[in-house]
Write a protein that binds this ligand. Structure first.
Ligand SMILES: *Cc1c(COP(=O)(O)O)cnc(C)c1O
Length: 424
């Protein structure tokens, strides 16, 4: 059904938005900026700016090394317990440590080396997974001693993966199934419950990368009884550039797995400075070196905002906003040659919408430089329009699509080079 494409309608939708007040909790110093890239780097919560000042001046500046005993040492677990609330996991099942890629390497390697995967040599993933995840999986497999191999289930349309094809790839040879819950490019959403159940029926372990879903929707890790997970904190969690990632290990597996990058912070008693490594009990063994305290401290304010807003309400708004974007695409962008790069079924769609155009790179550049609209571009032709339900407005989405239309209709992108420069 066609949706109204006027700005008035967008404003009406904003007027009905129960979460609208959360936008004022973020630093927005250019009200004219249309920011549709919070799925790559979330905005700065006002409380995080204040927390940064406190962490630097008071904790580091005044307390100096005493800070470790004032709370720094327990931060990876304390924040993990809070993030667990976003995952339906228990407080002692989540730990904040390292980058997502490193957390993934640790958990995959630990799983493959454990008795839990004995006699099994395959890891199953899909072609929609984040490239870094594929690199990490391959390097973890190369270090495993058997003839391990990675099976990458293809995507027929670049948008989704057939649940039947995925199920068919998982069998008695499968040690581990490792997937991104929501795909970075198309936002394709796997069914966590169904896929985890299938992996378990085959006797395989299940690992989810939640980087593109956590904070935008409830993630039912606990309910699905998933084994392992990792996720990023600088996207929908608004933890700041390069903020450390989290890892989840179901409680009954924690002492059956060993950290492949054993280090002193994961030792049972780090300050004994013992020559022999003895892993800490439970999840703390997955720490390696000194936690990045300042970055860790900045994660909490964003998580608090999500908990205050409530994940069910965030997901409802995210679905309404991606539906709205798809409605605008159909009315205004499809006639200009844009294709839809995300699923139409909201059950299979995360919190961004990809629109595809052969001139996508130049278009996204023209959007940023001529229209003050920030999106991002993913090769070969995908412009991602990210929806962050804590602060994205319907009026912003409307303005973003209008700007896209103008850039293409007036050929404004033609002034920009087609070569990539720097980060996109
Ligand atoms: C963003 C993202 C990452 C980020 O990895 P880092 O190692 O933290 O840079 C990893 N996996 C997925 C699926 C992502 O979306």
């Amino acid at each position: 059904m066609a949706i109204p494409t006027d700005l008035e309608h967008a404003r009406t939708l904003d007027g009905r938005d129960e979460l609208a007040a959360f936008r004022a909790r973020f630093v927005i110093d250019d009200p004219a900026l249309i920011y549709l890239d919070g799925n790559s780097l979330g905005r700065l919560p006002i409380a995080a700016a204040a927390r940064a000042e406190q962490a630097v001046r008071e904790e580091w500046g005044s307390r100096l090394i005493r800070g470790w005993n004032d709370g720094w040492i327990g931060l990876p677990e304390r924040l993990g317990a809070k993030i667990a609330l976003l995952l339906g996991a228990a407080a002692d099942e989540v730990l904040v440590a390292d980058s997502t890629s490193v957390c993934l390497f640790k958990l995959v390697t630990a799983a493959l080396r454990s008795g839990l995967a004995a006699g099994r040599t395959r890891v199953v993933t899909d072609a929609l997974n984040f490239p870094s995840d594929l690199y990490v999986l391959r390097s973890a497999l190369a270090l495993a001693d058997d003839n391990h191999e990675l099976e990458v289930v293809p995507s027929a349309d670049g948008i989704g993966v057939s649940p039947t094809a995925l199920a068919a790839a998982i069998d008695r040879r499968t040690a581990l199934v490792a997937l991104s819950h929501s795909s970075f490019k198309s936002a394709w959403l796997h069914d966590v419950g169904a896929v985890t159940a299938h992996a378990h029926e085959a006797g395989a372990l299940m690992l989810w990368d939640l980087s593109h879903s956590v904070g935008a929707m409830p993630v039912p890790l606990g309910e699905a009884n998933a084994d392992l997970a990792v996720g990023c904190t600088y996207k929908y969690l608004n933890g700041g550039p390069g903020a450390p990632a989290f890892l989840y290990v179901r409680r009954d597996l924690q002492e059956r797995l060993d950290n492949p990058v054993a280090g002193w912070l994961g030792h049972e008693d780090p300050f004994a400075f013992a020559a022999e490594y003895r892993p800490a009990a439970a999840l703390r063994r997955f720490l390696t070196g000194t936690p990045p305290v300042l970055s860790l401290a900045l994660i909490e304010p964003g998580v608090d905002l999500l908990l205050e807003a409530g994940l069910a309400r965030l997901r409802a708004k995210s679905v309404a906003q991606t539906e709205y974007l798809i409605g605008l695409w159909e009315a205004l962008l499809e006639p200009l040659g844009f294709r839809l790069g995300s699923a139409r079924d909201p059950e299979r769609r995360g919190s961004h919408v990809a629109v595809l155009h052969p001139e996508g790179l130049r278009i996204s550049r023209a959007l940023a430089e001529r229209k003050n609209v920030i999106t991002d571009f993913r090769l070969p032709d995908s412009i991602r329009l990210g929806v962050c339900p804590l602060y994205t407005t319907f009026a912003e989405l409307h303005a973003g699509v209008m700007a896209l239309r103008d850039v293409v209709e007036r050929g404004l992108y033609q002034a920009y080079p087609a070569e990539r420069t720097g980060a996109t």
